[in-house]
Design a protein around this ligand. Structure first.
Ligand code: DQA
Length: 140
Protein backbone atom coordinates (compact mmCIF):
# COMPACT_ATOMS: atom_id res chain seq x y z
CA UNK A 1 0.00 0.00 0.00
CA UNK A 2 1.19 3.50 -0.90
CA UNK A 3 -0.06 6.51 1.04
CA UNK A 4 0.34 10.18 0.12
CA UNK A 5 0.48 12.48 3.15
CA UNK A 6 -0.62 16.03 2.37
CA UNK A 7 -0.41 19.07 4.63
CA UNK A 8 -1.99 22.39 3.75
CA UNK A 9 -1.28 26.05 4.43
CA UNK A 10 0.76 27.27 7.40
CA UNK A 11 1.58 23.75 8.58
CA UNK A 12 5.21 24.40 7.56
CA UNK A 13 5.27 26.62 10.68
CA UNK A 14 4.40 23.80 13.09
CA UNK A 15 6.49 24.06 16.26
CA UNK A 16 6.53 27.86 16.00
CA UNK A 17 2.89 28.55 15.18
CA UNK A 18 0.46 28.76 18.14
CA UNK A 19 2.23 25.90 20.01
CA UNK A 20 -0.46 25.92 22.71
CA UNK A 21 -2.88 24.70 20.02
CA UNK A 22 -0.66 22.80 17.57
CA UNK A 23 2.17 21.54 19.81
CA UNK A 24 5.95 21.91 19.74
CA UNK A 25 6.81 19.29 17.12
CA UNK A 26 7.88 20.53 13.70
CA UNK A 27 6.37 19.17 10.50
CA UNK A 28 9.72 17.39 9.86
CA UNK A 29 9.38 15.66 13.29
CA UNK A 30 5.85 14.57 12.43
CA UNK A 31 6.79 13.36 8.94
CA UNK A 32 9.66 11.30 10.42
CA UNK A 33 7.30 9.68 12.91
CA UNK A 34 4.86 8.88 10.09
CA UNK A 35 7.70 7.45 7.96
CA UNK A 36 8.74 5.12 10.81
CA UNK A 37 5.20 3.99 11.56
CA UNK A 38 4.50 3.37 7.88
CA UNK A 39 7.77 1.43 7.46
CA UNK A 40 6.79 -0.80 10.42
CA UNK A 41 3.44 -1.46 8.77
CA UNK A 42 4.90 -2.09 5.32
CA UNK A 43 3.28 1.05 3.92
CA UNK A 44 5.04 3.28 1.36
CA UNK A 45 4.82 7.04 1.82
CA UNK A 46 5.27 10.30 -0.01
CA UNK A 47 4.82 13.78 1.46
CA UNK A 48 3.82 17.27 0.40
CA UNK A 49 3.23 20.43 2.37
CA UNK A 50 2.20 23.46 0.38
CA UNK A 51 0.80 26.93 0.95
CA UNK A 52 -0.51 27.03 -2.64
CA UNK A 53 -3.92 25.52 -3.28
CA UNK A 54 -3.27 24.82 -6.98
CA UNK A 55 -0.11 22.87 -6.10
CA UNK A 56 -2.18 20.75 -3.71
CA UNK A 57 -4.87 20.16 -6.37
CA UNK A 58 -2.27 19.15 -8.99
CA UNK A 59 -0.66 16.70 -6.56
CA UNK A 60 -4.05 15.09 -5.81
CA UNK A 61 -4.69 14.73 -9.57
CA UNK A 62 -1.26 13.09 -10.02
CA UNK A 63 -2.03 10.68 -7.16
CA UNK A 64 -4.81 9.07 -9.21
CA UNK A 65 -3.79 5.49 -9.97
CA UNK A 66 -0.50 5.89 -8.08
CA UNK A 67 -1.55 5.93 -4.43
CA UNK A 68 -3.97 3.70 -2.56
CA UNK A 69 -4.82 6.37 -0.02
CA UNK A 70 -4.37 10.00 0.93
CA UNK A 71 -3.95 11.27 4.48
CA UNK A 72 -4.64 14.99 4.41
CA UNK A 73 -4.58 17.83 6.88
CA UNK A 74 -6.20 20.46 4.67
CA UNK A 75 -5.69 23.11 7.40
CA UNK A 76 -7.65 26.30 6.60
CA UNK A 77 -8.73 24.95 3.17
CA UNK A 78 -10.91 22.44 5.08
CA UNK A 79 -13.30 25.27 5.79
CA UNK A 80 -13.19 27.04 2.43
CA UNK A 81 -12.35 24.82 -0.52
CA UNK A 82 -14.94 23.12 -2.71
CA UNK A 83 -12.10 22.71 -5.24
CA UNK A 84 -10.19 20.55 -2.77
CA UNK A 85 -13.31 18.46 -2.10
CA UNK A 86 -13.82 17.99 -5.87
CA UNK A 87 -10.17 16.98 -6.43
CA UNK A 88 -10.44 14.39 -3.65
CA UNK A 89 -13.70 13.11 -5.17
CA UNK A 90 -11.77 12.48 -8.41
CA UNK A 91 -9.25 10.34 -6.46
CA UNK A 92 -10.31 6.68 -6.34
CA UNK A 93 -8.53 5.58 -3.15
CA UNK A 94 -9.29 6.06 0.53
CA UNK A 95 -9.05 9.49 2.15
CA UNK A 96 -8.37 10.14 5.84
CA UNK A 97 -8.71 13.72 7.09
CA UNK A 98 -6.53 14.70 10.05
CA UNK A 99 -6.60 17.80 12.22
CA UNK A 100 -4.13 18.28 15.05
CA UNK A 101 -6.64 20.27 17.09
CA UNK A 102 -10.26 19.42 17.83
CA UNK A 103 -11.86 21.78 15.31
CA UNK A 104 -15.26 21.28 16.98
CA UNK A 105 -14.20 22.93 20.24
CA UNK A 106 -12.80 25.99 18.42
CA UNK A 107 -14.32 28.93 16.51
CA UNK A 108 -17.63 28.16 14.75
CA UNK A 109 -16.06 28.70 11.29
CA UNK A 110 -13.81 25.68 11.93
CA UNK A 111 -16.70 23.32 12.74
CA UNK A 112 -17.48 22.56 9.08
CA UNK A 113 -15.01 20.87 6.75
CA UNK A 114 -15.82 20.42 3.04
CA UNK A 115 -13.27 17.59 2.90
CA UNK A 116 -15.14 15.49 5.47
CA UNK A 117 -17.86 14.72 2.89
CA UNK A 118 -15.24 12.71 0.94
CA UNK A 119 -13.28 11.20 3.84
CA UNK A 120 -13.57 7.58 4.97
CA UNK A 121 -12.42 8.76 8.39
CA UNK A 122 -11.90 12.07 10.17
CA UNK A 123 -9.47 12.45 13.07
CA UNK A 124 -9.37 15.66 15.12
CA UNK A 125 -7.81 16.58 18.44
CA UNK A 126 -5.25 13.79 18.78
CA UNK A 127 -2.32 16.07 17.93
CA UNK A 128 0.37 14.50 15.77
CA UNK A 129 -0.74 11.02 16.90
CA UNK A 130 -3.69 11.51 14.54
CA UNK A 131 -1.42 10.93 11.52
CA UNK A 132 -0.11 7.67 13.05
CA UNK A 133 -3.67 6.56 13.79
CA UNK A 134 -4.51 7.27 10.14
CA UNK A 135 -1.63 5.02 8.97
CA UNK A 136 -2.73 2.26 11.38
CA UNK A 137 -6.30 2.57 10.11
CA UNK A 138 -5.23 2.29 6.46
CA UNK A 139 -2.82 -0.60 7.13
CA UNK A 140 -5.26 -2.62 9.25
C1 DQA B 1 -5.99 22.46 11.51
C2 DQA B 1 -7.27 23.17 11.96
C3 DQA B 1 -7.66 24.26 10.97
O1 DQA B 1 -8.85 24.90 11.39
C4 DQA B 1 -6.56 25.29 10.87
O2 DQA B 1 -6.88 26.25 9.87
C5 DQA B 1 -5.22 24.69 10.62
C6 DQA B 1 -4.85 23.44 11.26
C7 DQA B 1 -5.49 21.43 12.56
O3 DQA B 1 -4.62 20.64 12.23
O4 DQA B 1 -5.94 21.46 13.72
O5 DQA B 1 -4.37 25.31 9.97
O6 DQA B 1 -6.27 21.74 10.31
Amino acid sequence: MNVLILNGPNLNLLGKREPDIYGHETLADIENAIRHRAFDKGVGTDFLQTNHEGVMLDRIHEARGRFDAIVINPAAWSHTSVALLDALKAFEGQVVEVHLSNIHTREAFRHHSYVSARAEAVIAGMGSFGYLAAIDFLAR
